[in-house]
Each structure stands twice: as C-alpha cells, then as structure tokens.
Design a binder for this molecule. Structure first.
Ligand code: MN
Length: 424
C-alpha cells in the first residue's frame, strides 16, 4: 500500500488550525524559530530492517499480522513511515537477513520511497545454515584462526553488498565475550579481535567508515570483548581514521552517564554513530523517550554542543539510527513514536540558551545552570516538530493518520495474518 499526498493534505487540513495557533504561541518567544524548524526538517533517523517485525524475548515471540516477509516489503514499510513523518529517510540493512537478489531493483525501490542506505550491519552472533564454523565461543576473538577468518570474510562480504547499494559505513557489533571467569584470556581475546578488525578495515573503501559498537553484557554475562566505550575507543584508535565508536543507548550498565561519554568521544573526533532506544534495566529495546526523556535531552544537549564545537553538521556527520525490537506494540507505530521522541529531544536541546549556560558554568552558578537546562527541557516543543513535518509535506500527527488509514489492517489484508519478518 502507499500513502498519497492527498491523504496527508486532507489530514493536515483538519489539524492545521490548532497547529497554527500553538506554533504562533511558541514563535512569540523565539526569534530564531524558523532556523530551529529547518534543522528539524533536515534531521533524518535511519530505520533498521529488523525493527519492522515484532521482536521476541528469549521466552517467546508473539508475531503481529502483516509483517514484511522480504526486503522489498521492509523497504515498503519504511517508505510508509517516511511518507508519514518525512524524518525516516534511510534504511539500515542486516546481512544475512536482507541480502538483495537484484541490487539495481532494490536501489530503485528505495529511491521511489525517498530512502537512502545507511550503515550495513554484519552478523557473527548467530550461526547460519550451512556455515562451516560455529560462533558459539565467539567470532573475531575466537581461539581458532579459521573461525576468525570466517567472521572477517563475512564482514568483507557485507561491505561488498553495501557498496552495491550506496551505503558508506559498516557497523560491527560483536557478541564475543565470556560467561564464566577463566573462560577467556582477556588480552588474547582483545588482540585477536583487533587483528580481525584490522583485516576488515583494510577492505573498507576510502570514503567508508567502520563503527565499533560496544555492549556491557548479554549474550555473554561475565565479560564482553567490546564491553564499553573505553574498549571501543581503543579499537577505533588503533584501527585508524575511518574507525569510530558507536554508542547504543541500551548497551550501558544502569545509570551510566551517557551524555558525558558522548561529550568526550566527540572531543576526540571518535564518535561515529548513535543507536536510539530506551530502557529501565539493560538492553530493553523500549521505545526511545518512553522511560528517560530527560536523559535523552541531556544527551542531545552534549551532541549539539560537541558537534557545534567541531563544526559538524547535525543531520549528516553522525549516523543516527533507531535500534530497538519491541515485543508488544505494532512495530510501525512504535517507530513513529521513537522518531517523534528523538526530534522532541533534539528540538529541546536546540532551545538551550548556550550563552547563559556558559556563563553559569564559568561562575559556578549551579542553580542557574539547572534553570537554563530545564527551561529548554520543559518547553512543549511538539508544535515545532509538527511544523517541521508540515513544511516537509508530512502528516501533522503521523500515528493518528496511521490509525485513520488503518495501515496495519491493510497490510494484514495484503500480506496475511501469519507473516513473520526475517530477523530476530
Ligand atoms: Mn545497536
């Protein structure tokens, strides 16, 4: 199914009067409001191909109806999201779940939906059918060179798929680690991993980046070979200029100060990408902004401060992606909510009075610093984000229109009640 411009225009017409009133109210106190709206229009968040089906837990999976059964349908789903919000203009593929059969056809299909190909993702955390060696005891860290070689070759194959599609980056997330003390020699595991990454790095085209994603625990529960930002930064620094650290919000120990991590990685020029989600306990894969919206705002505050300090372009110079696999909601509604939460946090952070904050910091005025931050955070910026959508030709209220058009019902009719998306 497709959502056409008339459906969006008709929906917007009904909501436009209220929107105009709310936006005008905000504009009264904001002389640079159009600049903020323009930044919101430009900001795009990539959707991972594995977020379009209902996620499971290790106890079970309750699939929803009408899930995309192949890459073409996944692209169509992201096309629907992008038509609704004009902020989801990129897709991030996972190999081997999404190997294209016909590159040119897939590129054309993505273009028709206004989608670019974001980072490619490799998979050495599962064994695939017919695979020679098992990743049960790790991939790039493995004690057996033959297993490491298999993992290296797989990553190089992923780069080749990416080149055909016009992607410019590879994200490597390794499940490598150990679950019991004594299982692993930490130093040798690190060195094996580094050498493996170096071979992948050597295969990167000149204009590509490699993102080294870290995770504190799970699936291994005693040690992870890329366990935190320090370890990721070590790999990225040793690899070279094309290697960066990738921060996934859910991959930290509870209460980690992620905003500080972001600030220091940006200072070092080593922050490459960002995965959004939210959590109460660990890697919970909950909707971005659903649990800790203030933390998300503080992270965006550091992202903007750090990127501006380096003269980076917010929309283009970092890889922005949602990484969540929700098990209760309609995945498309969840993704619309996630993108909305990201844009809200970004908009709030853009409103921070930087001069006042700098002055408060320079004079140790702690209370004033808090006032400045919370003034921005407590501003209801939803009319700003909606205005950006209106100007970009998207729907004023994407979730509402999604329901009005009964998108899920129509997808179920097209694809069936019992489809299961490839992936997790
Ligand atoms: Mn991730």
């Amino acid at each position: 199914m497709n959502i056409d411009r008339n459906q969006i225009a008709e929906h917007n017409k009904r909501l436009e009067h209220t929107q105009q009133r709310r936006f005008a109210q905000l504009a009264e106190d904001m002389p640079n409001i159009d600049g903020v709206v323009q930044k919101l229009v430009s900001f795009q968040v990539a959707i991972p191909s594995w977020a379009l089906g209902t996620g499971g837990t290790r106890f079970g999976r309750f699939s929803g109806g009408g899930e995309p059964g192949n890459l073409e349908e996944k692209i169509a789903d992201i096309g629907l999201l992008h038509a609704l919000n004009q902020s989801s203009g990129a897709i991030s593929l996972h190999i081997p779940w999404d190997i294209p059969k016909d590159y040119a056809a897939i590129r054309t299909l993505a273009e028709q939906h206004g989608l670019a190909f974001d980072a490619m993702n490799s998979n050495t955390f599962q064994d695939q059918q017919g695979q020679t060696h098992s990743y049960k005891f790790g991939s790039m860290q493995h004690v057996d060179r033959a297993v490491r070689k298999q993992a290296i070759d797989h990553n190089i194959e992923v780069i080749k798929h990416g080149i055909e599609l016009g992607s410019k980056s590879l994200t490597v997330w390794l499940a490598d680690g150990s679950s019991f003390p004594g299982q692993l020699n930490f130093r040798r595991a690190f060195q094996n991993t580094l050498e493996s990454l170096q071979e992948v790095y050597a295969a990167l085209p000149a204009d590509w980046k490699i993102f080294v994603e870290y995770k504190a625990f799970e699936p291994n529960f005693y040690s992870t070979t890329v366990g935190d930002w320090g370890q990721s930064l070590l790999y990225a620094s040793k690899l070279g200029d094309k290697a960066y650290t990738l921060v996934d919000l859910g991959h930290h120990l509870p209460n980690a100060n992620i905003e500080q991590i972001v600030a220091l990685l940006l200072m070092e020029g080593k922050l490459g990408g960002f995965h959004f989600n939210d959590s109460k306990y660990g890697d919970d894969d909950l909707t971005t902004g659903s649990i800790k919206p203030y933390q998300l705002f503080l992270i965006f505050s550091e992202l903007i401060e750090g990127m501006d300090n380096r003269g980076m372009e917010h929309a283009k110079d970092l890889g922005w992606m949602i990484d969540a696999s929700h098990n209760l909601k309609d995945p498309l509604e969840d993704l619309l909510q996630s993108v909305e939460a990201i844009l809200i946090a970004y908009a709030q952070a853009l409103l921070i009075d930087r001069n006042a904050l700098n002055e408060a910091q320079a004079t140790n005025d702690v209370a004033r610093a808090q006032e400045v931050l919370q003034q921005a955070f407590r501003t209801d910026v939803r009319p700003l984000v909606a205005e950006a959508r209106l100007r970009a030709g998207a729907a004023l209220n994407p979730v509402q229109l999604y329901r009005e058009l009964d998108v899920r019902g129509r997808l179920v009719k097209e694809r069936g009640e019992k489809t299961v998306a490839t992936g997790l």
